[in-house]
Design a protein around this ligand. Structure first.
Ligand code: MTE
Ligand code: MO
Length: 514
C-alpha cells in the first residue's frame, strides 16, 4: 500500500464520519421542524430526553440535579446530542466499510424516536411522524453522501468528486442547522416543556390530605373511579395552542385593589407550605348525565395566604384571574379567602399539573364551576369588583357567578344499554361541592323512590359514588336518580340547559332488559 493510498484511507474515514454526522444533523433538523409544526411534544429530543428521565433510576436523577442544578435539563439535552453525534459519526464510518450497517443504525435511531414519542403519556395522533422523518432522511442522506466516497468499478473517486462530497456534506449539515433554528423559532421559547415538567420535583405537602377512605370506591365496572386519573380527566379550555410555560419563566402578579403589589416566582411559590386537598372540578357546560367533571388530589398554596401578602382592600368583592393566554375568570373574593382552601395548585394526583391542565400553576376553588374559578396557566390575580371588571365567559352571556348545582348521574347501566334479566346493579355519582351529599334516590319506571347506598365520601368537596341493587325484569325500563344534599335540598326535577349557570334536572336513562 502506498503512502498516498493510506493517506486517502484515513481521509475517507474522516469523510465518512462527517457524512454520518451531516446526515444526522439534517435529519434531526427536519424532524424538529416537523415536530414544531405538527406536534411539539413529539420532538425527538424531548421524547428521548423524557424517556431517559423516566428510565433513569432516582439516584441518577439526584446526581444530575446535584451536578447541574437547574441546568440538569440542558445537561440532559447536551448529553443526548453528544451521544447522537458519536453514534452518527460511527454510522457513517460503518456505512462506508460495511454497508448497510450504518444506514441500519440510523434507521434504528429513528425507530427509537418513534417508539419514545408514541409511548409518552398524552401522545397525540402524529407523535410518530417526526421520528419517522428523522429515520428516513438520515438513511437517504447518509447513503447519498457515502456513495460519493466509494470507488466505482475499482476506480478511486477523483478529487472533483471529493470536492463535491465536501460541498454536499457541509451543505446538508448547514441545512440541518438552519432547520433546527427555524423549528426552534417556530415553537418559540417553549422547547421541551415536557422534559422540564418530567424532571420537576414537587415539595411534600405541609398539610397532607388523609388517604382516600377504603369505602370511597365501590369499584363497579362502568362506574367512574372516585379519583379520576389525570389522563382521563376532562379538559375544557379556549386554548387552541396549549400554553407551554417553563416554571423558570413563570410568575404570579397580584395587583389591583391591594395595599402592595406582589410578584411571586416559581421558586418562591414552591418554597411556601403546601396543602393537599381532594376537590371535584366541574364544568358549567356539563349536561345532566354528562362527563365534564372529574375528581383529583390537588397540591398547592391556599390563595388566601397569597392575597393576605398583598393586603386586600375591603371594598373589593372579586378576583379576576388571568391566564398566560388571556382567559379570565371572576371569582367572588370570599370563595378565595374563606376556609374552603381555594388553592393555587401546582400538583394533580401526585404529579406536576399536566400541561393541558394548567402547568405550571392553576386555581382550584371548591364549590364553583371551572369557568369562574379554575384558571389554568394562571399568571395574574387582579383584586377588583364585579362592577368594574367582567370575565371571559360572562361577556359571552354566562352567569357572573357560578356556584355548582346539586347533581347526580347514572353511570351503570349506560343509557340505551341492554342488560340481562336478573340481579344487577344501578350505580352512579352525586355531588354538590362545599355542601356535601346526604343521599341519593332512584326510581325505576313509575315505582317508588328507593334510597341508594352511598359510598364513603372523601369530603364535601368531592363527588360520591352510589349504588342500588336491582332485580331487572324483562322489558324496557326507565331509571332516574336524584341527590339529597347535606343541607336538606332535593335535586330539582326542573330541567335547565347548561347556559347560563349550569344544567339541572334529573338524569334519566332507558334500559332494555333481555
Ligand atoms: N386558561 C384557561 N383556564 C381555564 C379555562 C380556559 O379556557 N382557559 N377554562 C375553564 C373551564 S370552563 C373549566 S370547566 C376548567 C376545566 O379544567 P380542566 O381542563 O383541567 O378539567 O378550566 C377552567 N380554566
Ligand atoms: Mo367549564
Amino acid at each position: 500500500m502506498t503512502t498516498h493510498a493510506r493517506h486517502s484511507t484515513r481521509q475517507d474515514r474522516i469523510r465518512s464520519a462527517a457524512a454520518g454526522l451531516s446526515a444526522a444533523v439534517v435529519a434531526v433538523g427536519l424532524a424538529e421542524l416537523v415536530a414544531a409544526v405538527v406536534e411539539p411534544s413529539a420532538s425527538p429530543f424531548a421524547v428521548i430526553g423524557s424517556g431517559l428521565i423516566d428510565l433513569a433510576p432516582s439516584w441518577a436523577k439526584d446526581t444530575a440535579i446535584a451536578l447541574f442544578g437547574t441546568g440538569d435539563k440542558v445537561a440532559l439535552i447536551v448529553g443526548v446530542a453528544i451521544v447522537l453525534a458519536v453514534v452518527a459519526a460511527l454510522s457513517g464510518f460503518l456505512e462506508l466499510r460495511r454497508p448497510p450497517i450504518g444506514a441500519v443504525i440510523l434507521a434504528a435511531l429513528g425507530a427509537l424516536a418513534v417508539v419514545a414519542a408514541m409511548i409518552r403519556p398524552g401522545a397525540g395522533p402524529f407523535a410518530w411522524l417526526p421520528g419517522l422523518v428523522a429515520g428516513l432522511v438520515a438513511v437517504i442522506v447518509l447513503r447519498m453522501l457515502v456513495r460519493r466516497l466509494r470507488p466505482v468499478a475499482g476506480i478511486a473517486p477523483d478529487e472533483i468528486d471529493r470536492r463535491r462530497f465536501l460541498i454536499w456534506t457541509t451543505g446538508a449539515a448547514a441545512a440541518g442547522l438552519v432547520l433546527l433554528i427555524v423549528g426552534k423559532v417556530a415553537r418559540g421559547a417553549t422547547r421541551s416543556i415536557e422534559v422540564v415538567r418530567d424532571a420537576l420535583r414537587l415539595p411534600k405537602p405541609a398539610r397532607a390530605a388523609a388517604p382516600v377512605p377504603a369505602g370511597a370506591d365501590l369499584e363497579i365496572p362502568g362506574l367512574a373511579p372516585v379519583v379520576t386519573p389525570n389522563a382521563e380527566f376532562y379538559r375544557i379550555d379556549t386554548a387552541l395552542i396549549v400554553p407551554r410555560i417553563d416554571p423558570a419563566d413563570w410568575s404570579l402578579r397580584i395587583h389591583g385593589m391591594v395595599d402592595r403589589e406582589v410578584r411571586l416566582t416559581w421558586d418562591e411559590l414552591v418554597a411556601l407550605p403546601m396543602q393537599e386537598s381532594d376537590v371535584t372540578l366541574a364544568c358549567v357546560s356539563n349536561e345532566v348525565g354528562g362527563s365534564l367533571i372529574g375528581n383529583a388530589r390537588w397540591l398547592g398554596v391556599p390563595v388566601r395566604e397569597l392575597l393576605a401578602r398583598a393586603g386586600v382592600d375591603p371594598d373589593a368583592d372579586m378576583v379576576l384571574s388571568t391566564s398566560s393566554d388571556g382567559f379570565t375568570a371572576s371569582t367572588p373574593i370570599e370563595a378565595l379567602t374563606d376556609d374552603r382552601d381555594a388553592l393555587l395548585a401546582v400538583g394533580m394526583n401526585g404529579e406536576p399539573l399536566p400541561i393541558e391542565h394548567g402547568f405550571p400553576a392553576r386555581l382550584v376553588v371548591p364549590g364553583l364551576y371551572g369557568y369562574v374559578s379554575a384558571t389554568k396557566w394562571v399568571t395574574q390575580l387582579e383584586v377588583t369588583r364585579f362592577d368594574r371588571a367582567t370575565a371571559y365567559w360572562t361577556t359571552r352571556g354566562w352567569s357572573e357567578r357560578g356556584p355548582i348545582k346539586l347533581q347526580s348521574r347514572i353511570d351503570v347501566p349506560r343509557g340505551g344499554q341492554s342488560v340481562p334479566a336478573g340481579d344487577t346493579v344501578i350505580a352512579g355519582m352525586a355531588w354538590q361541592q362545599q355542601v356535601g351529599i346526604a343521599g341519593v334516590e332512584v326510581r325505576i319506571d313509575d315505582g317508588p323512590w328507593q334510597r341508594a347506598e352511598l359510598a364513603t365520601a372523601i369530603s364535601a368537596d368531592t363527588w360520591v359514588q352510589w349504588s342500588l341493587a336491582w332485580t331487572a325484569e324483562r322489558g324496557s325500563h326507565t331509571v332516574e336518580c336524584r341527590a339529597l344534599s347535606v343541607e336538606g335540598e332535593t335535586q330539582t326535577s326542573d330541567p335547565a340547559p347548561p347556559a347560563p349557570d349550569g344544567a339541572q334536572g334529573w338524569h334519566r336513562i332507558d334500559v332494555s332488559v333481555a
